[in-house]
Write a protein that binds this ligand. Structure first.
Ligand SMILES: Nc1nc2c(ncn2[C@@H]2O[C@H](COP(=O)(O)OP(=O)(O)OP(=O)(O)O)[C@@H](O)[C@H]2O)c(=O)[nH]1
Ligand SMILES: [Mg+2]
Length: 344
């Protein structure tokens, strides 16, 4: 098979060729000329996988837990694609190498595919590249796709919004639990895993989570998180915030204890989404998020390409000197080059 053409790569990937899969991902990451045609060819073949986000503070045991979850899924005969977002943060330098070690149990299993993606360039770029790689793994036939991201910052929220089920990993003894929990995780968590349950303080963490959950999650937060984007219709079932209460599962990732229970919770949530129409709803939100990301990048690039560098520089200077405010500067720039978008 010819792995240098769109048709050849697409056919090989759909037939389960792992080398083709790796090449397609490289094209996407490097944004080569083949990237877009490949994405267009593969898109109709995706849409079957269940996409799981695993997020939480650095060092809570996410990679170890992903390893344990994957082993349970493999025992059930399901194939698993894993994307680890390497934040290249000072907290977890060398995550790539570390993840390889922690996920070594999975090496050599053709039913598992692991890919690390680095935070390169803009965060929006990473979110988009991640969404693209998820779609490719989906088209390649992986039945469960797990994305590991660190923290719950804005970029992680964007990346996590690609998931149907988001598992937030907490661990005891990471300072002020309640503060950490407050920082936006309630809005994105479908399931809580309290990992390192072999450590002291695990019950305090569980209690803190239960307390937060009992206060409830206003639906508008959920809509803001996933749907900051284009207006999306929300089905009635979804508006009933009590329909799904995030379960709290204690795990010891290093020994695999609790991994089966966590998989069961994920599968329950998957079924819940299917039966309540939530999956369709999330698909629409995901489409809205993606369209917005792509549109934003496209319009920005297009506008910048048509803006004379001197004009941009002059605007930057003027704003820095406080001669004009940034809103007025943008208004003028846009008026100068026009808002027309020329196709290319
Ligand atoms: N005692 C104990 N240690 C654990 C457990 N799970 C993970 N660890 C350890 O915690 C450390 C961090 O684990 P990782 O899986 O790399 O954590 P992570 O959340 O992926 O870390 P980053 O990706 O760097 O944010 C490792 O030394 C693990 O062996 C657990 O359940 N109990
Ligand atoms: Mg990790």
């Amino acid at each position: 098979m010819d792995l240098t053409t769109v048709t050849g790569l697409t056919e090989a990937l759909l037939a389960g060729n792992r080398r083709a899969l790796a090449r397609v991902i490289s094209h996407i990451e490097n944004n080569t000329d083949l990237a877009r045609p490949l994405l267009a060819a593969l898109y109709p073949h995706a849409g079957q996988a269940h996409i799981i986000g695993v997020t939480g503070s650095p060092g809570t045991g996410k990679s170890t837990l992903v390893n344990a979850l994957t082993q349970v899924y493999r025992q059930q005969g399901l194939t698993v694609g894993i994307i680890a977002i390497d934040p290249t943060s000072p907290f977890s330098g060398g995550a790539l190498l570390g993840d390889r070690v922690r996920m070594r149990d999975l090496a050599g299993d053709p039913g598992v595919f692991i890919r690390s993606m680095a935070t390169r360039g803009s965060l929006g770029g990473l979110a988009q590249a991640t969404a693209d790689v998820i779609m490719v793994l989906d088209a390649a036939g992986f039945e469960r796709i797990i994305i590991e991201t660190v923290g719950v910052g804005q970029s992680e929220v964007e990346i996590a919004s690609a998931a149907y089920t988001t598992v937030v990993v907490e661990a005891p003894g990471l300072g002020d639990e309640v503060q950490a929990i407050k920082a936006g995780v309630l809005e994105i968590a479908d399931i809580f895993a309290v990992n390192k349950a072999d450590r002291e303080g695990v019950d305090r963490t569980v209690m803190a989570l239960k307390m937060m959950l009992s206060l409830g999650v206003p639906e508008k937060f959920q809509v803001m998180h996933h749907g900051r984007m284009l207006p999306v219709e929300i089905p009635q079932a979804r508006q009933d915030a009590s329909a799904w209460t995030p379960p709290i599962i204690k795990t010891i990732a290093t020994s695999g204890q609790g991994a089966k229970e966590l998989v069961d919770a994920i599968e329950n949530h998957r079924l819940y989404l299917e039966q309540s129409g939530g999956r369709l709803w999330r698909d629409r939100l995901r489409a809205a998020t993606e369209l917005r990301m792509i549109l934003r990048d496209y319009l920005l690039e297009n506008l910048l390409a048509r803006t004379p560098p001197e004009a941009l520089q002059a605007a930057i200077e003027a704003v820095a000197r406080r001669d004009i405010d940034p809103y007025t500067a943008v208004q003028r720039l846009v008026e100068e080059v026009g808002v027309e978008v020329t196709a290319h």
